[in-house]
Write a protein that binds this ligand. Structure first.
Ligand code: MP5
Length: 214
């Protein structure tokens, strides 16, 4: 069995709970409060901005054949920041002054710590899992909404064909990398997969509850 199939099977309960979070279901039903979506947008802007640093550190660990695709993904993140800025302009959001919540701070620090301290495989697990989670979440949102919503830029980005191909590429590469690894090594990668799913779940919870520092 491919590694990604194994991980999704092992953690299907956690994955399903993450994907059925009220933030996603209410957004897909067109019922999510604007203030909650705006809170998410401010926080995810920070997340994407910090993810550019994650890609930069990861790049140093990758062999030549990964450099171009990873450069393309980094360019994709710059494009995402523009989508947020366009949305923010319409809604009067102050991205420059936004500070990360504790959960966002923890997730971003997990990304950066993984980039510095862990090897290429572990980093690919984080990257694959986070990107796959967003792709699936935004496909659910797209399936529920008609075109012309204020969320269209985000939907087209994460549910679109280019992103689908990118996630498929990550899936293929990750499975190639870890093929034939011993069980102990797979168990180590599984922990990283699970932690990433849990952070993804917490991120929706954070936005939905507008969980801030006390
Ligand atoms: C992504 C994201 C997708 N923007 N935010 C979270 C919390 N998880 C995953 O990653 P990217 O790099 O924006 O495509």
């Amino acid at each position: 069995m491919k590694y990604t199939e194994h991980a999704h099977q092992k953690y299907s309960a956690e994955w399903d709970r993450m994907l059925s979070h009220s933030f996603i279901t209410e957004l897909a039903e067109g019922k999510l409060a604007d203030e909650i979506f705006d809170f998410w947008a401010l926080q995810d802007y920070i997340f994407v901005r910090e993810a550019i640093r994650f890609f930069g550190i990861l790049m140093a660990k990758l062999p030549r054949e990964y450099q171009q695709p990873i450069q393309q993904s980094t360019a994709g993140l710059e494009h995402e920041l523009k989508i947020f800025e366009e949305y923010g302009e319409k809604r009067g959001l102050d991205f420059a002054g936004a500070q990360p919540t504790p959960i966002n701070d923890a997730y971003v620090n997990f990304l950066i710590a993984t980039a510095y301290n862990e090897d290429r495989d572990a980093n690919f697990v984080v990257l694959y899992t986070a990107e796959k989670a967003y792709h699936e979440a935004w496909k659910k949102v797209r399936a529920g909404l008609k075109p012309g919503t204020p969320y269209e830029g985000f939907i087209n980005n994460w549910a679109g064909d280019d992103f689908a191909n990118y996630v498929q590429w990550l899936d293929t590469e990750l499975n190639k990398m870890v093929e034939g690894y011993p069980e102990s090594r797979i168990a180590y990668l599984d922990d990283i997969f699970l932690k990433t799913v849990r952070y993804e779940h917490l991120f929706w919870e954070m936005a939905y509850g507008r969980l801030e520092w006390l």
